[in-house]
Every structure is written in structure tokens, then in C-alpha cells.
Design a protein around this ligand. Structure first.
Ligand code: GUN
Length: 295
């Protein structure tokens, strides 16, 4: 039997309609939400991602400002730009597109973002708060995966989730979010010894290794849920995920495609986080600002 396809494109378009309404309310009653995106260098994939983020902002009515710096920008200039955005009242979310050029200290740059504007959820305070289940913002890709699982009522409590990939952007926050929902979580990498031994025991497999066709049908249990976060470019130019889709879809219970799976959800969750940041800023402004209760 063929798996049910979890269409990220469909779920994302439903979310976009809800988000448009929230933007409309903010714009009519207070101000337009604003997102600043910082791009350093000309990494082709990053340029495409940033263009798509700006396009989605426009579609939803979110103000977007793109700061496109050359690859040799100094860390000092980058930090100054972030400081300016931190205090700009028209900007509610700040995103620094990764990867950054090699001479820039990513950890120092991310830590400079005001935590209330950290819509990527990468600031060390937000990462720490995620561990206790209290993050201000959830990293967009794993947050999108959680929404996809919820949309299809896929049970998590007591289920065994196996994540392949240990990145700060996907693997680690994904593990924490699944743990928070009561799943039993195993985190592997593409180099884990006898990987199939882990994936065959999984009710849910999340692939985030960045290796084309790493997961094959012999590596999963019949009826498992397979989420593919990988985006790989094949030598012939086509995009594919980390899952050997045609074989795995015949054995899995649920599966996400690439493209049209997790990708569209990542952008929508970024928009959600930006709107949430603006809604919080509005609540603070209406209450008389940060200092009113302390004076
Ligand atoms: N590069 C790849 N994915 C992401 C993401 O989710 N956020 C940022 N800032 N950079 C990325």
C-alpha cells in the first residue's frame, strides 16, 4: 500500500490565509509587522531562500527589508547593523541568513540579536529556553515539521522518533520539540554505525542529513511516518531529499515529498514568528511600554 503524502504546500497555503488575517488586524489596529533579513555574500541557495522569504512577506502584507552585504563585510559592520535593527520600532523580526562567510563568528552575530526579535529561534537564550519548553520562538523548520505531524494527527506520545542529523538548525531543536511532546527520541548522524538498526525501530523518521537517497525502504518499518528535511541537488540539476522516495513511499504510512514538503512550511513558520513578535510588541506598547510597571 502506498503512503499518504503529507503535502507541505497545501498545509502552508492554509496557514498563509490565517496569517494574512493576523497581519490585517495588526496593520489596521497598530502597525504593519516588519521583518529584516541580513544576507552576507552570494551563496546561490541563500539568495533563493531570501528572495522567497521576501516574496512571502509581500504576499501576506508583512514589511520586509533585505540587507545584502558583500562576502567580505566586517563582523563589526554586521554587528552594528543588528544593533540598529534591534532598536528600530518598525522591525519586529531579525533573521541572519546562514551560512555566513568563514571570517564571521556566527555565535557572536546570533547572540547580538534582541531575543524578542529572534524569529529564527537561534539565540542562545531561546535555545536554552527550548530545552525547558519555554522558548520565545521555535526554529522554523522543526516547528513546521511539528505542525505537519499535528495536521495529520500523527501520535507522538510514547512513539519512537529517530532523527538523522544533529544540526543546530534542524536536528537538535527537532529532538527537543519531539521530546516535549512525549516521544522517545534517538538522534543519529549519517555516520552512525548500523544506521538501519535505529531507523527500523522508528515510528517516525526525520531525515536531516543532507545526503541524497540515504534512507531506503529496507531501512524502515512498514507504516512508519517519514519526514524528509533534506534538499539536495542531483548532478542533472534536479532537487531531491534524503529519502529514496519512490521505494520508501510504498512501505511508509505517511511521507513528505521534496519539493513541496517541509520547505514551504519553514517559510510559513518564519512568517508566523514575525507576526507573533509584532503581536507581543503591540501588547507591550498598549500596556505603556516595558518600563511602566517598574516605575
Ligand atoms: N539557512 C538554512 N536554513 C536556515 C534557517 O532556517 N534560518 C537561517 N537564518 N538560515 C538558514
Amino acid at each position: 500500500m502506498s503512503a499518504t503524502i503529507i503535502s507541505g504546500s497545501l498545509i502552508a497555503s492554509k496557514f498563509r490565509e490565517e496569517l494574512k488575517q493576523r497581519v490585517k488586524i495588526l496593520s489596521e489596529t497598530w502597525m504593519q509587522p516588519g521583518l529584516a533579513v541580513i544576507l552576507a555574500g552570494d551563496n546561490p541557495a541563500s539568495c533563493v531562500y531570501v528572495r522567497n522569504k521576501a516574496k512571502t512577506c509581500e504576499e501576506l502584507g508583512i514589511r520586509s527589508e533585505i540587507f545584502n552585504f558583500p562576502g567580505d563585510i566586517s563582523q563589526k559592520t554586521l554587528l552594528q547593523q543588528i544593533q540598529d535593527l534591534n532598536v528600530n520600532p518598525e522591525i519586529h523580526g531579525i533573521l541572519v541568513q546562514l551560512p555566513l562567510p568563514g571570517h564571521i563568528r556566527i555565535d557572536e552575530v546570533i547572540a547580538a540579536i534582541a531575543i524578542g526579535k529572534d524569529v529564527d529561534g537561534f539565540h542562545p537564550c531561546n535555545v536554552g529556553a527550548l530545552v525547558t519548553g519555554h522558548a520565545l520562538f521555535h526554529p522554523c523548520t522543526p516547528f513546521g515539521v511539528m505542525k505537519m505531524l499535528a495536521e495529520y494527527d500523527i501520535p507522538l506520545q510514547g512513539q519512537h522518533a529517530v532523527i538523522i542529523g544533529r544540526s543546530n538548525i534542524v536536528g537538535k531543536p527537532m529532538a527537543l520539540m519531539l521530546l516535549e511532546k512525549g516521544a522517545t527520541v534517538t538522534v543519529c548522524t549519517s555516520r552512525t554505525r548500523d544506521l538501519a538498526n535505529h531507523t527500523r525501530n522508528a515510528d517516525i523518521v526525520v531525515m536531516a542529513a543532507g545526503k541524497a537517497n540515504l534512507l531506503t525502504s529496507d531501512m524502515i518499518r512498514t507504516g512508519a511516518t517519514v519526514i524528509d528535511v533534506g534538499i539536495n541537488r542531483l548532478p542533472d540539476g534536479r532537487l531531491c531529499g534524503d529519502v529514496e522516495f519512490s521505494g520508501v513511499k510504498e512501505k511508509a504510512g505517511y511521507i513528505t515529498p521534496v519539493p513541496g514538503g517541509v520547505g514551504p512550511m519553514t517559510i510559513v513558520m518564519l512568517m508566523n514568528n514575525t507576526i507573533e513578535a509584532a503581536e507581543r510588541a503591540k501588547a507591550v506598547a498598549l500596556a505603556g511600554g516595558w518600563h511602566s510597571s517598574v516605575q
